[in-house]
Design a protein around this ligand. Sequence first.
Ligand SMILES: Cc1cc2nc3c(=O)[nH]c(=O)nc-3n(C[C@H](O)[C@H](O)[C@H](O)COP(=O)(O)OP(=O)(O)OC[C@H]3O[C@@H](n4cnc5c(N)ncnc54)[C@H](O)[C@@H]3O)c2cc1C
Ligand code: FES
Length: 251
Amino acid sequence: MFIEDFKIYSNIKIAENTFVIGVESNQKVDDLKPGQFFNIQVSENYFPLLRRPFSISDVQGNKIFFMYKIVGEGTQILSQKKIDEKINLLGPLGNSFNLQDDFENLILIGGGIGIAPFPFMIKQIPNKNYKVLFGVRTKIEAHNFGLKNVLYSSEDGTIGIKGNVIDLLDEELKNLEFEKTKIFACGPNAMFRALQKYLSDKNILCEVSMESAMACGFGICQGCPTEHKNSDSYKLICKDGPIFNIRDIVI
Ligand SMILES: Cc1cc2nc3c(=O)[nH]c(=O)nc-3n(C[C@H](O)[C@H](O)[C@H](O)COP(=O)(O)OP(=O)(O)OC[C@H]3O[C@@H](n4cnc5c(N)ncnc54)[C@H](O)[C@@H]3O)c2cc1C
Ligand code: FES
């Protein structure tokens, strides 16, 4: 884990309210894994005081890229950052998606900005049979930044199938053997709740990346607890996660 000032290399808009910021270190950044995140200091002023967590979206040599959606003050400030400005990163933090299992088919589900970790992840699975299912509310939120093999669902039917990612998943699973298929998902809790229900009677392994407001990002402040079915006490999303088996989490 390091705390380091990075130089901003790029900061571009890729869809409605959605940006990708690239930051550059003086040295090669090694050993980053898909699903891990960094806690980024978006401002040197007192507000917003806390760092903001963002998943690693891509890594190219000494550059790290983060895809983010503007939802509040911190992400608004981030969107105004200019090339060559400095920004402080704390990380890498958290566990990562487990890509070691020998599954034939991988399904990557991104709900909205939950798509963020997948460009980095698909670089690690070039020889796998995988599909990315990207659920948006409407077409202007959709993009294919760093993605391949993407299918879309939209609530208003303006791109892909009309419906949500669970409808899309249901279609995809019709052609796949459950025991040979693994699902990875990142998105809002409402999506996880629907996914947990949908998978409850199916023998499919599914890892999800959970979100929470975070302060420290590495287990000190106890500010990101989550109830876990196989634990006497709670788990911390920043340290024990953010990736959990969907069967273990209480959403
Ligand atoms: C491990 C992890 C990885 C993340 N990766 C990404 C990423 O790759 N790209 C990205 O855009 N966002 C990501 N997030 C969410 C991101 O951290 C928040 O959107 C960001 O902190 C909001 O900061 P803000 O100051 O703009 O908004 P705030 O002013 O802090 O909040 C604005 C609104 O967003 C809600 N909100 C804030 N944080 C979260 C959160 N963590 N989950 C759900 N709702 C939240 C608030 O309740 C409020 O309604 C991640 C969060 C976690 C925990
Ligand atoms: S954010 Fe501090 S313990 Fe998780």
